[in-house]
Write a protein of this length. Structure first.
Length: 313
């Protein structure tokens, strides 16, 4: 009974605090607009630090205050390396999983997400995302392609460090969406996936082609996995739960990363699309293996279990 009362109170307190912090950061961002005509790089860096400060606070709340235990496997990635990154999409917590690696590799300030165009109209949060240069799209490819090319040109113009992040499935996995995706796969003779949905490859191909031969030389393939001690595999906490109580030992989190050189990826668009589908097939198999046998030492390749081993706030 007491927990049911205190959790909403904690949620309100954290929500108010984060909203206030975000409002303060928006003030800094508005003043940063005065700098843009004189120094595009300084404007970019200032807003990158504003974004990173918010994400670091939220990550610290999850990992340090609420004791989320995140394990890692796969390829270790260099410090401050620019990349195109993508991952499977299960819940809002996926953003924390991206940031768990980005913070440890010095890139949390430089996350650029594809986001729904309508989000930019949300007071404070949306305005801040617009000023810091998030990639707003509305799923009209003719319009989106123009926006994407314009934003990428700004990044390349100043050689800005960046992680261009997206969820290629297009939306969060739900039973109904997975069923629809499986129906599509069967109709096209594609591999039948059960833990992820079929990726949409057009935007990814545009990203790769735009960054070939630039300072963005790699693609990172993230696979996120969640485990609940009673509900089992594939169950992440919701956003309120992340910010209102200890997550360990009730929840476990895992991030698996593969790193690829853009120069090694197929140049033919059809073959590059097939490559993406192949990565999602591998992602599905990895999650299936974890579903059957979750351990804290995934394939003997855990990177770190402690925040301070990789990044100190």
């Amino acid at each position: 009974m007491l927990e049911s009362v205190t959790r909403p109170v904690k949620a309100l307190a954290y929500g108010t605090a984060l909203f206030s912090f975000c409002s303060l950061l928006n003030v800094v961002q508005v003043f940063s607009l005065l700098i843009r005509p004189f120094s595009k790089r300084l404007f970019f860096e200032l807003n990158a630090r504003v974004a990173g400060s918010m994400w670091k606070v939220m990550q610290m709340i999850m990992e340090k205050k609420h004791k989320a235990v995140i394990t890692f496997s796969g390829d270790k990635i260099p410090h401050r390396e620019s990349a195109i990154v993508f991952g499977n999409h299960r819940s809002f917590v996926d953003f924390y999983m991206f940031h768990s690696v980005a913070a440890r590799r010095g890139m949390v300030n430089y996350m650029k997400y594809f986001a729904k165009d309508s989000l930019k109209y949300i007071p404070f949060y949306g305005w801040g995302m617009w000023i810091m240069g998030m990639l707003f799209i509305n799923r009209n490819w003719q319009q989106d392609q123009i926006k994407i090319n314009k934003m990428f040109s700004r990044i390349l113009d100043i050689q800005a460090p960046v992680w261009v992040a997206s969820f290629l499935e297009g939306s969060r996995l739900t039973p109904s969406k997975l069923a629809a995706s499986q129906k599509f796969m069967m109709g096209r003779g594609l591999p039948l996936l059960s833990n992820v949905m079929m990726p949409r490859t057009k935007g990814f191909i545009t990203c790769v082609n735009k960054f070939r031969g630039t300072h963005v030389k790699c693609v990172y393939d993230f696979t996120f996995a969640y485990y609940h001690k009673t509900k089992g595999f594939g169950v992440p906490p919701d956003l309120v739960r992340v910010h209102t109580g200890d997550l360990s030992p009730e929840y476990k989190f895992h991030v698996h990363v593969r790193r690829y050189q853009i120069d090694d990826l197929p140049k033919d668009e059809e073959k590059l699309s097939e490559w993406v589908v192949e990565k999602y097939t591998e992602k599905d198999a990895f999650l299936e293996k974890m579903k059957d046998n979750w351990t804290d030492d995934i394939e003997g390749g855990v990177w770190s279990e402690k925040w301070d081993d990789w990044y100190k706030l």
